[in-house]
Write a protein that binds this ligand. Structure first.
Ligand SMILES: Cc1cc2nc3c(=O)[nH]c(=O)nc-3n(C[C@H](O)[C@H](O)[C@H](O)COP(=O)(O)OP(=O)(O)OC[C@H]3O[C@@H](n4cnc5c(N)ncnc54)[C@H](O)[C@@H]3O)c2cc1C
Length: 413
């Protein structure tokens, strides 16, 4: 069933996916009632939580994705509340959201943009004071108080968030020990050559780096001790568990929607229920063969899927898909990555590790599948177009820093 013009839409979650959906609904001329529910109230952005906001150089107001006036101007009701239960109904009547405040909210169509939560490790000591995870602005503020000069932060997990916090904490003068069970963390996302360069930044900036899996955390007054599986011990004044994220799918599961390590959706964001859509980190798109694809956990994927769901809720075609893209900042180094660096094929390097360094991944046919660059946003934008074109590319051209990727992207195949 397609509801071409629902009289009312409710969005659960005020991250970039929920925000992008309400903005796109109004951009497309949707004039019905539009309500967004999030415990934090006005939608805010998460990438600065491990960067400028954690460093104290960006305040809470500037985290917001739009000022309060924008919601008023666009007739969007924002409720600072939590959805405790979703009564999906059988598809003929409007679903009902039960809010923690006691109020019920019925809407013709519901978008679940509930995001993800930081993964907790099943460790003794996970709940000790001084042990943190990082997903919300409140989490960042709590952690910030433990990053002054003289503090020592132990970070468990050297993925995007762990590595960025290491850089921010060093910038604030705190000592940092970073541990990860993987030999080369982040290699799946950026390829081994780029991951090796990024890992070298830790030592260059005074972050102690080690391989290991945490087995437990104990507290000894003001000092926290992390025991690793090999019996060795690390100590610090605070511990950040940065072990990735888990999709927030509890509402959907309780309502009987199809969930498999993420809320399963089609290209328009429609779930297994005709009146319920999903977008962002909580969702996972089914491919044309019906098999679930990867669950993306990047800002741009959340924005794009939010916009696609807005089109879907109005019965319109979703915008054409684009190659995945994300960025990361640590120790003053800006990384951008497009496409996939993990497909079988060939790696091509351009330049030397450092600013301007670029790594390409060609698939087995010789088409560009992925590109990662340090301080090379323009080149990655061009590479993204080349990835989307599916063109077969000569590795000799890619590895030559004198070849302008923008011209290559514009050139006729
Ligand atoms: C510290 C950090 C740094 C990051 N840095 C980068 C980066 O540099 N580059 C990049 O590409 N990506 C980065 N990301 C990832 C990016 O921020 C996420 O992919 C993006 O925030 C996902 O948006 P979302 O709207 O799907 O989910 P979220 O941002 O998680 O928002 C979901 C919202 O739903 C709300 N919610 C959940 N359940 C309910 C409920 N029952 N009722 C009401 N509301 C509910 C939550 O409170 C939350 O506000 C970072 C993430 C973090 C945490």
């Amino acid at each position: 069933m397609v509801l071409a013009a629902p009289a009312s839409i409710a969005v659960v979650g005020g991250g970039v996916a929920g925000f992008s959906a309400v903005r796109e609904l109004r951009r497309r001329g949707y004039a019905g009632a539009l309500t967004l529910v999030d415990p934090a109230g006005l939608p805010y952005d998460r990438p600065p939580l491990s960067k400028a906001f954690l460093a104290g150089s960006l305040d809470r107001l500037r985290l917001q994705l739009a000022p309060e006036q924008w919601y008023e101007d666009n007739g969007i009701t924002v409720l600072a509340d939590t959805v405790d239960k979703l009564d999906a109904g059988n598809g003929t009547e409007a679903p009902v959201l039960a809010l923690a405040s006691g109020r019920d909210l019925a809407a013709d169509v519901v978008l679940l943009a509930t995001g993800a939560r930081a993964r907790r490790l099943p460790l003794p000591g996970m709940d000790l004071p001084g042990v943190f995870t990082l997903r919300s602005a409140d989490d960042a503020l709590a952690l910030q108080g433990h990053l002054a000069s003289g503090a020592h932060l132990v970070i468990l997990g050297a993925g995007l968030v762990g590595a960025e916090v290491a850089g921010t904490a060093r910038g604030l003068g705190a000592g940092v020990t970073l541990v990860d069970p993987a030999e080369l963390p982040f290699a799946q996302a950026v390829g081994p050559a780029m991951a090796g360069y990024l890992q070298s930044l830790h030592a260059a900036h005074g972050t102690e780096y080690g391989r290991g899996a945490a087995a437990g955390i104990t507290s000894d007054g003001n000092v926290l001790r992390v025991e690793l599986a090999d019996g060795s011990r690390l100590s610090g004044t605070a511990v950040l568990v940065a072990a990735g994220s888990e999709p927030e799918t509890a509402l959907a599961e309780a309502a009987g929607l199809a969930v498999d390590a993420g809320l399963l959706v089609d290209a328009s964001g429609r779930t297994s229920h005709p009146r319920i859509f999903a977008a962002g980190d909580s969702s996972r798109r089914l491919g044309p063969d019906g098999a679930p694809g990867r669950r993306f956990e990047h800002w741009d994927a959340a924005r794009r899927t939010g916009e696609a769901a807005a089109a879907g809720m109005l019965g319109a075609e979703p915008p054409a898909g684009t190659a995945d893209w994300f960025w990361s900042d640590r120790y003053g180094v800006h990384l951008e990555v497009a496409g996939s660096m993990a497909v079988p094929g060939q790696t091509v390097l351009r330049g030397e590790p450092g600013s301007g360094f670029m790594v390409f991944r060609l698939d087995l046919n010789g088409a560009l599948a992925g590109a990662a660059a340090v301080d090379g946003g323009t080149a990655v934008r061009a590479a993204r177009k080349l990835i989307e074109s599916g063109r077969i590319l000569d590795p000799v051209l890619l590895q030559d820093p004198a070849v302008d990727l923008r011209r290559l992207a514009r050139a006729k195949p």
